[in-house]
Design a protein around this ligand. Structure first.
Ligand code: A3P
Ligand code: MG
Length: 379
């Protein structure tokens, strides 16, 4: 049985309900070897990069994370366990996933060019969604075959290089001038990441999402998160259309984690950093509308995601593994069961063992609570 949910944008027009502000409740880091640590040790501070930098510099020394390995939801689940050990109760989310999955879902009414595949499972009242790694690998390989003047790998490096050029590992006051001035010669390493885990709501669903945060903007007492992006200098009308599409992805990504500011590094066609601009995340949907020829609408993205998640919760009601799929250029999302029992590799043993332990502890507490009057009677 395959269930289908329509994705045409015209079905979801209208002002969206006010959305709850995402609230961070935990964070974790991957160190330079991509080893997991709870907490913010890999967090970076934003500090304006020098213009004129060559984003290709150091490409040969790039320490690149092998993203063909399937990491499932492991780090996110470990972080949730850590949090629940402190609160001694399970989180209340209906949906648990990476920010990247929610971004694909929210964007689909306006961007179904590439399609996507995810795996989902229902565990103790919540739906856990991971990327289907096989599909991701296959689409990456297809992308590698696109021909372009500058190799795809180099262009991808530019984005990470921009992060190296724009961040420092400690606040400005604690960082030497020497460090800041020599950022162009620092090795770029994308194994290192800082990730925020938030609780947020879309429509009637409470969702827990984890995602990478590039840097913080040091304005005490409330430092804010910033997202770093690169983009070619728009020159023609066609570029502008692409830029609008990029803005949609940037807005969704940042909106989901509650990142209020995006720093854009504009570059020449051959990767020289020419300009840096700040964009307030909140202003993007309006900005795109006011520029005319709008290719997307933020309200539609939110309305669609709210309706889809609600439908998904009514559809995935038994255990097993489910596939969530949107084929390239289709105008629906398909959901069907691929395994009848268990949870595939979506839920870790660590997470299950913890939840069992938690419910046993809970049962013991309630039994004791029930017994208390009896004890009093006896005494
Ligand atoms: P840009 O976003 O500046 O192009 P993110 O901004 O999401 O943290 O990603 C950092 C960089 O990773 C991107 O820089 C880009 O270089 C690379 N990247 C992210 N997602 C990608 C994708 N789907 N395909 C290719 N490169 C990607
Ligand atoms: Mg970024």
């Amino acid at each position: 049985m395959t269930y289908r949910f329509p994705t045409q944008s015209n079905l979801y027009r209208g002002e969206s309900e006010p959305v709850k502000r995402p609230k961070e409740f935990a964070c974790f880091s991957y160190d330079e070897q991509h080893q997991y640590h709870i907490g913010d040790r890999s967090m970076k501070w934003y500090y304006t990069p020098a213009l004129g930098a060559d984003l290709s510099q150091g490409y040969e020394d790039f320490i690149k994370h092998d993203d063909s390995i399937d990491e499932h939801l492991d780090s996110l689940l470990t972080t949730i366990v850590h949090h629940e050990k402190e609160t001694k109760k399970p989180i209340d989310a209906n949906i648990v996933t990476w920010r990247g999955m929610m971004t694909k879902i929210m964007a689909v009414p306006f961007d179904n060019r590439d399609g996507f595949e995810m795996n989902a499972t229902l565990y103790r009242g919540a739906i856990f969604i991971e990327e289907n790694n096989e599909y991701k690998k296959a689409s990456k390989e297809a992308q590698q075959n696109w021909r372009s003047a500058i190799p795809q790998d180099v262009m991808q490096y530019w984005g990470y290089k921009f992060e190296t050029l724009s961040t420092i590992p400690r606040p400005w006051g604690e960082t030497s001038r020497d460090y800041i001035e020599n950022r162009d010669s620092h090795v770029t390493n994308n194994k290192e990441q800082y990730c925020s885990v938030v609780r947020t709501g879309i429509g009637k669903s409470i969702i827990c999402i984890g995602g990478e945060v590039d840097a913080i903007w040091d304005s005490k007492p409330n430092p804010t998160y910033v997202e770093l992006k690169t983009s070619a200098n728009p020159t023609s009308g066609r570029d502008e259309e692409n830029f609008h599409r990029k803005l949609m992805k940037w807005w969704i990504q940042s909106f989901l984690l509650g990142v209020p500011k995006i720093i854009v590094g504009f570059r020449s066609p051959d990767g020289i950093l020419t300009k840096v601009e700040e964009i307030k995340t909140m202003t993007i949907p309006h900005m795109v509308k006011s520029m005319g020829k709008a290719h997307w609408d933020g309200d539609v993205c939110i309305n669609f995601a709210g309706a889809f998640l609600e439908w998904l919760r009514q559809t995935i009601t038994t255990e097993g593994v489910w596939r969530i799929r949107s084929a390239p250029k289709s105008n629906f999302i398909e959901v069907f069961q691929v395994e009848q029992v268990g949870h595939g590799n979506i839920i870790t043993d660590e997470f299950m063992n913890w939840r069992i332990q938690l419910s046993l502890a809970d049962a013991t507490t309630s039994v004791n609570a029930e017994r208390t009057p009896g004890v009093l009677e006896g005494g």
